[in-house]
Design a protein around this ligand. Sequence first.
Ligand SMILES: NC(=O)c1ccc[n+]([C@@H]2O[C@H](COP(=O)([O-])OP(=O)(O)OC[C@H]3O[C@@H](n4cnc5c(N)ncnc54)[C@H](O)[C@@H]3O)[C@@H](O)[C@H]2O)c1
Length: 260
Amino acid sequence: MTETPVCRRLVGRTAVVTGAGSGIGLATARRLASEGAQVVCADIDESAGKAAADEVGGLFVRVDVTDPDEVEALFKTAFDTYGSVDIAFNNAGISPPDDDSILTTGLDAWKRVQEVNLTSVYLCCKAALPYMRQQGRGSIINTASFVAVMGAATSQISYTASKGGVLAMSRELGVQFAREGIRVNALCPGPVNTPLLKELFAKDPERAQRRLVHVPVGRFAEPEEIASAVAFLASDDASFVNAAEFLVDGGIAGAYVTPL
Ligand SMILES: NC(=O)c1ccc[n+]([C@@H]2O[C@H](COP(=O)([O-])OP(=O)(O)OC[C@H]3O[C@@H](n4cnc5c(N)ncnc54)[C@H](O)[C@@H]3O)[C@@H](O)[C@H]2O)c1
């Protein structure tokens, strides 16, 4: 839906995108590349990640973001290949069906979601920061969610808690490293029109409607609309945006009563 951007704010920058094989990560890999960045496409899914890298002329690195050694190797490969790590979009995440109400969610499901959604962001930040400190420059964007700032009666308890953790961690890192030229922001997307969500709502239109009523603009986001926010945060246009809770949610978090 977004036209090809004409801006080239990221020429010469190296960006690492986790979860680049699908959804928000894929749209962002495309957008960052179109703005001139060299993009390292990281994903656990080899065929999707490789396809993304081929499409954007970048590099594919297969990584499980919960594995400390693989995450370290990812950022080292980015640095060794392109000479810098300027942008880290720590975005890979899961939302499995066994993460539900606290009444029914077991400890295994809880732990798995914390590992993939929260521990992974800790690992990626820890691995990216040394390169950025050495350069005296960097932009880290961690994908949280609007559920980090709002409660839902349709709970995914571990997911929500993990995103709250991403938000708080990003804020703290943004404060700690600001004077070293590093910005850290939490991106909080509203619901996005990804294949997973489309499938879920095609099966259950009532569930889709129940959510749509809370969105002032009356629709879900397209992945490209989230990607354009990431490109902004990655670029020097956002030079004074740091430690932010960066909502891209069509107004959900601001709404009480929405238009019919
Ligand atoms: N889709 C939404 O409505 C929405 C809303 C708010 C926030 N988010 C968040 O945005 C991020 C991306 O979501 P999406 O909808 O694009 O998801 P998606 O499922 O389309 O893509 C996620 C990608 O991450 C990869 N991945 C999963 N586990 C991994 C692992 N352990 N190591 C490496 N890669 C792994 C997958 O292979 C996939 O390519 C997630 O953190 C999600 O929680 C999504």
